[in-house]
Design a protein around this ligand. Structure first.
Ligand code: ADE
Ligand code: ZN
Length: 327
């Protein structure tokens, strides 16, 4: 298919990707063996069959359990390097990747070791793949703001390695306003601010992420369409929405990809683009998401595809000089 070939080779950015969500079952078993851990699944096939999610929480339970095999700097390095090679093959020129520091520090893995592993892989991706990478630690919203403030404090020595901060984990019952102080502190450090909102949560959480956290991008944001005033605001402000189509289907935010709001978001003039979220768990990396959308959304024409890829580059926090060079 010529459209798909064109899309694969066109420069693009991945802006919503959790590095822990790129842990493929094969690597999970390999790292478990290397680290002397016994997984509660006999083999890769059984583990994969468990990836049948009812909602965000049922996924998060497995995702946090899976991360338990990441113990050494080398584990984080191998994980990230495997992802960067896939991203490059998908035509990515820029990756702004999330990681969850608390998922590791809370089980006794030092932040220094996480940073060392990720930084080594990032340097290699730049050197060997020409890939531009930014790192965004996310605060876990099912934990307290005090815990998030402690995490920000622990991240301060690595300030120069970080692009911004994000907010993820269980959305319902954990409104963004609960993290206003830690986001203000991150802003004072000159860090960019993004937040998951409007995935399972209501449009009010998107308003809240904008007003309480000063979020520059909304991760997911698909439920904005339920609030016309919010849509008008997002359009006028040009706020990017990092949409994750296969994730939304697998977590039952939408029933079928054919029903996904992506075409409507574009029709509303919003700055949406396609992202992978947790590709090892949701059945696909960036090009898999793009291909699935191309098939399920025939109403997306060449102009819309151009817009989606262009939005990904424009919404990145890369320097303007890079953005010009990619076009
Ligand atoms: N952590 C990893 N993926 C996530 C998602 N889609 N929503 C919230 N938290 C997450
Ligand atoms: Zn996410």
């Amino acid at each position: 298919d010529t459209l798909l070939a064109l899309l694969r080779h066109a420069p693009k950015a991945e802006l919503h990707l959790h590095i822990e969500g790129t842990l493929e079952p094969e690597m999970m078993f390999a790292l478990a063996q290397r680290n002397g851990i016994t997984l509660p699944y006999p083999d890769v096939a059984t583990l994969r069959r468990a990836y049948d999610f009812q909602n965000l929480q049922s996924f998060l339970d497995l995702y946090y359990a899976g991360a338990s095999v990441l113990l050494q700097a080398r584990d984080f390095e191998d994980l990230a390097w495997a992802y960067f090679q896939r991203a490059r093959a998908d035509g990515c020129v820029r990756c702004e990747i999330f990681f969850d520091p608390q998922t590791h520090t809370d089980r006794g893995v030092p932040l220094a070791l996480v940073m060392q592993g990720l930084n080594t892989a990032i340097a290699r991706a730049r050197r060997e793949l020409g890939l531009s990478v930014g790192l965004i630690p996310c605060f876990l919203r099912h934990l307290s703001e005090e815990a998030a403030l402690d995490t920000l404090e622990a991240l301060k020595p690595y300030r120069e390695d970080l692009l911004g901060v994000g907010l993820d984990s269980s959305e319902l019952g954990h409104p963004p306003e609960q993290f206003a102080m830690v986001f203000a502190a991150a802003g004072a450090l000159g860090l960019h601010r993004v937040a998951h909102a409007g995935e399972e949560g209501p449009p009010a959480y998107i308003w809240d992420a904008l007003r309480s956290l000063h979020a520059e991008r909304i991760d997911h944001g698909v439920r904005c369409l339920e609030d016309a005033a919010l849509v008008a605001h997002l359009r006028q402000a040009g706020t990017p929405l990092t949409v994750c189509p296969l994730s939304n289907v697998r977590l039952r935010v939408v029933q079928r990809l054919e029903d996904h709001a992506l075409p409507q978001l574009l029709a509303e003039g919003l700055c949406a683009m396609i992202n992978a979220d947790d590709p090892a768990y949701f059945g696909g990396y960036l090009m898999d998401n793009i291909e699935a959308c191309a098939r399920a959304m025939p109403q997306l024409g060449l102009a819309e595809w151009h817009r989606l890829l262009d939005n990904s580059l424009a919404a990145s926090f890369a320097p303007d000089t890079d953005k010009i060079a990619w076009r």
